[in-house]
Design a protein around this ligand. Sequence first.
Ligand code: BLA
Length: 493
Amino acid sequence: IDPDELRRLAECAKEPIRTPGTIQGHGTLLGIDDATQVIVVASENAREWLGRPVVEIDDADLEFAMRTGRAIDPVRVEWQGVPTDAIVHRLDGLTLVELEPVPPGNEYARTAVVEAITRLSGLTSIEELRAEAAAAIRRITGFDRVMIYHFHDDGHGEVVADDHVDELEPYIGLHFPASDIPAQARALYLAKLGRAIASTTDPGIPLLSVAGDARSIDLSNAELRSVSPHHLEYMRNMGQASTFSLSLVEDGRLVGMITCAHRTERRLPVLLRRSLEVLAGQLAMQFASMREITRLRHMVEVRERRAALLAPLYASDDIRKALLGGSQTVLDLVPADGVFVRIGGIVRVGGDVPPIADVTRALELLEGGSFVSEALANDRPDVASLLPDVAGMLVVSLDGDGDVLVFFRGEVLREISWLGDPGGVDRPDELSPRTSFSAWQRTIVGRSEPWGTVVDEAADLGSELQVALQRRAEAQLAELAMRDALTGLYNRR
Ligand code: BLA
């Protein structure tokens, strides 16, 4: 990561998005002291609600919700003829009540959510599930665009599904930098699964508090938490007036998000948002189980291949030849361009392998032990200078005596399309969200195909091979001893 990017990240990470001291202007927030039942926090626009006890709103459910501090569903109240949802949660001796006027339409889309869950749960391909889910959510919400992001291990995101109105340009397949959704925002999305941003022109409404600084009130679980000005600018640059995002959580990790975006302002009622959170939970579970099934299938296949490779070794005179010459070779088990096998000081190679002397010297530089790299010139320039055609190298050490398997992979050029330039070329001011959102092509050089799960598979092969070699040596010793004994007997006769 370059220093500018780090500074941007640091700046974004410091932003107090949990405690902005303001809420979004389409609603109202009241904070009631649990001990005294007195309102001690209120958004500036709460005047109309104040001056009367809140229980006068005359709704037993709301009273219950406030008494228990628990309300899974919002409570519907009428205020001056406007249907309003009251959402209640507890925070450090306070009961926070948020009031959201119910937006027209969409109320009964919850039925459509149930239908979508039922239909989507029957799909078995991950690509199909992503595309169908995005389309279903767009039909239900009426937003201009629904995208599914998948977060890669380094935190950067990729748009893996994109359903949108015809006149918008497609974003599918585009990558974006990790800093576009900063770490503390991701932490919030892990705890609260839905995030609605109603307006990119809303400056927010200050909270007033008689119980200390309003900027100490944690709005992490509040529906109305106001939005970072950085992110609002980002959204405006993207042509978005409203968004609604859902978290995809797997094993306690935020593995992706579903974002609905609209070019004009659009809000969804709380109950519909809650139903969509359930849908997102169902999708995350399906994605997880699909990945798990793929992983298990692959594992079984690798085991079968390993057994097929190792079985003939016991009967073979030349174990190195057996590893490279049978119907299964080590390269079937560990996909690579070439392999170098050294057992008992004797070397055999298969596929594309650098000169044996150079590999031997490279192994000396690596000083034994196992090693893996998919960008050798970057990770070990000294080793790379000996092996100029190698980008990926995987060394599996079999014992302390130099028995070793070494796999090589050449460079694979990868084109990655970024949404905006990841390197900051079009972002001269490193703290402001970028303004260019056209696709940038970046070619990745000097890297091999990632090794991924192959690293563990090669290590397993190494340990099983060691066991096989050991047994073979023992069998040979036993055979020798037997032969000696027989010879002894014969000579004595
Ligand atoms: C949040 N950034 C987000 C969110 C998304 C993105 C989806 C969740 C909130 C939402 O639904 O809008 C990013 N939006 C994208 C991307 C696409 C998109 C990648 O439509 C692609 C198509 N962001 C920056 C910089 C900062 C920043 C420089 O680029 C900080 C200085 C901040 N992004 C930022 C913050 C949030 C955020 C603070 C949290 C908003 C919140 O929930 O309060």
